[in-house]
Design a protein around this ligand. Sequence first.
Ligand code: SF4
Length: 293
Amino acid sequence: MMVRQKQTVKQTQASQLVKRQITSGTREWADRNVNCMKGCSNNCRYCYAKLIAKRFGRCTEESWKEMQVRGDVVHRTFRRQAGRVMFPSSHDITDSPEARAACFAVIKALLEAGNEILITTKPRVSVTRGIVETFGSCMSQLQFRFTITSANNRLLSFWEPGAPRFEERLQSLQLAYGAGFKTSVSIEPFLDYDPAPLVDLVLPFVTESVWVGPMNYIPRNGISGKDRRRYDEIRSQYEVDHLREIYTCLKDLPRLRFKDSMMNRIEFEDEKARRCAQRRRRAAARATTSVCN
Ligand code: SF4
């Protein structure tokens, strides 16, 4: 009984944490999320879904990479949902036959129910081609959001070890764009110190939006000595003055959007500076008044 109560508390905590993550992250993009796999072979070092799954005993550092189909979702009957559905948000559409079959079945079911879908992926060309060919007749209901966080394959292979190289992601973007689909790109987290050259590379193939944002979760524990420098470097890359510099440099570009996680930090610091200046002005005014009296 005690064990069951503990499990229920754990499950509630887990769902609250996941809800918070959805509100602050993917809610900017869609009204609800659908996922049909456990784990993700991309195994990104900054993965928040992995952090939560590990914290609540649903996987280990090692087992997260092994993707498992969630039969309950694949065989579910979907209804038409209000607003846009993001698919997937806590795994990727990889090219393993099981993952591909499960993900395509879910996309089909969501489309047949009349849903509008935002497909978010670190794209493989074979998967992108498969979606384009299979669901071309529903293209008005689909938008691709390709996550392309750097053009530097050394950075990609460190931070997103199981995900495709830059060239494959760019080729996927070009393929979907060329086929007439709605396309957008997420440069979140931007892995280069300056994301502007990457924005220039992807922008010509984007019909909707390019999103830029920092890394929201940077692990502090379990990092080997040889990797620590990389984590320190990336942490300093997201200091607020640098975020402001990037914002100033990119803000006037067409279709460019900034994630709330970036704008909130800039606005929070600006508000702090404004209040600080206000306090100083008041203190100076009080000092002048007391001298006059
Ligand atoms: S692609 Fe997304 S879900 Fe998969 S490991 Fe990377 S951050 Fe996590």
